[in-house]
Design a protein around this ligand. Structure first.
Ligand SMILES: C[S@@+](CC[C@H](N)C(=O)[O-])C[C@H]1O[C@@H](n2cnc3c(N)ncnc32)[C@H](O)[C@@H]1O
Length: 371
């Protein structure tokens, strides 16, 4: 019994009432696995571990029914759930930090007699995707040197480079004078010390004069823009050369190219609705598209990066750093993970995709448009 804690002690340590603990017991959420000699509830270490998870999800605002589903999910273990909790808590912290910054800005503005616009006041509450998922980004997203070499070659001898949708600064050439543009405060906050100066702006409205830069680049970001063609035209306006890394989702059979979309994620098609075709994007910058094969050991964990390492998609941090999963929602994500895990275990994935083992790089529709 030594390692068990009484209900009173647990309540004291967790700063909750004994009544709450009794309620969790009654509804089967956290059941103490023992009783003391005189019949009081006694919590074993595993019970305490479960309670810790429940309380953390509670603090994040989840309802008790949702929490029960999360902690009893047969597809995740304690470590996966801790990663998930950590990600959610870090997101919450980052969002609170972004709100503090916005409120400080507004206080400063008010002190100077300036009123913020309704758009500015609401912006910080808006569900901007990268404010939600940005803190998970650096875990697996970094420069892939073979793709970076292609970008560098496309930039040619440009001395001044504008990087739009710059994120944490992957692919920014170190030997040029770079200016970054990034609308997400969470992403800007994660740029390493010494990274290029970064401006809070959007591709669709670049705060620069015509032809201010030798080149403008946009890497893995166009699909996030509200108006991709307007953004690309802005890049064209402010720079003499434009280099865009994106995907060609318009060609027929694109979803079939990659087993993840073909066999597990038909919902991906919904994300493509209304997106401009590769031809339209090329026209917007007056450029030409070149295929960019994805190396089998791609260092940048974008959506297609693990085409020959399917187990990677089972890892929560890999999925958290790719917006597709957040966009499609937790239910789709859990289904795909369950199906993929089962197919990997049964050998069905290997049966269907055996030929991939012999490839060093795959053509998955990624394109560099240079204009
Ligand atoms: C997948 S990340 C890519 C970041 C970086 N280019 C990289 O390769 O690591 C997409 C970025 O686009 C940014 N973004 C979203 N909407 C944007 C817009 N309208 N204009 C510019 N950037 C935008 C997001 O905040 C996010 O940082």
């Amino acid at each position: 019994m030594e390692e068990h804690l009484t209900v009173g002690r647990v309540a004291e340590l967790a700063d909750i009432s004994v009544r709450t603990l009794h309620h969790y017991d009654e509804i089967g959420l956290v059941r103490p696995s023992a009783r003391t000699a005189v019949g009081y509830r006694a919590y074993a270490p595993a019970d305490v571990e479960r309670l810790r998870e429940v309380l953390a999800f509670r603090r994040l605002g989840f309802g008790l029914r949702e929490i029960a589903d999360l902690v009893d999910d047969p597809d995740t273990d304690a470590v996966a759930r801790l990663h998930r909790l950590r990600g959610l808590l870090v997101d919450q912290r980052d969002r609170a930090a972004a709100m503090v910054v916005a409120i400080d800005r507004e206080l400063e503005a008010r002190a100077m007699g300036i009123r913020t616009t309704p758009e500015e006041q609401l912006k910080v509450f808006g569900a901007q995707l990268y404010e939600q998922i940005g803190s998970a980004y650096p875990a697996t997203r970094r420069t892939e040197p073979r793709i970076a070499a292609r970008v560098l070659a496309a930039l040619g001898d440009a001395r001044t480079v504008l990087n739009v949708g710059a994120g944490t600064g992957s692919y920014e050439p170190a030997d040029r004078e770079v200016t970054a543009v990034e609308p997400s405060a969470v992403m800007r906050a994660q740029r390493p010390a010494g990274a290029a100066p970064c401006i809070d702006a959007r591709a669709e409205e670049l705060p620069f004069e015509d032809q201010s830069f030798d080149a403008a680049m946009a890497f893995s970001t166009v699909h996030h823009w509200q108006d991709p063609l307007a953004g690309l035209r802005e890049l064209r306006r402010v720079a003499k050369r434009v280099v865009v890394f994106t995907y060609d989702a318009s060609s027929p059979g694109w979803l079939e190219r990659f087993w993840l979309t073909r066999d597990y994620l038909p919902e991906f098609a919904g994300l493509l609705e209304g997106r401009p075709s590769l031809a339209e994007m090329s026209r917007a910058i007056g450029g030409r598209a070149e295929p960019v094969p994805v190396p089998w050991d791609c260092a940048d964990g974008f959506f297609e990066a693990y085409w020959r390492r399917p187990e990677a998609y089972l890892a929560e941090p890999v999925r958290r750093a790719v917006s597709v999963w957040t966009r499609l929602g937790a239910a789709v994500e859990q289904r795909v993970v369950g199906e993929l895990r089962a197919d990997l275990e049964s050998g069905r994935w290997a049966e269907r995709n055996g030929e991939l083992a012999g490839l060093d790089a795959a053509e998955l529709g990624l394109r560099l448009i240079v204009g």
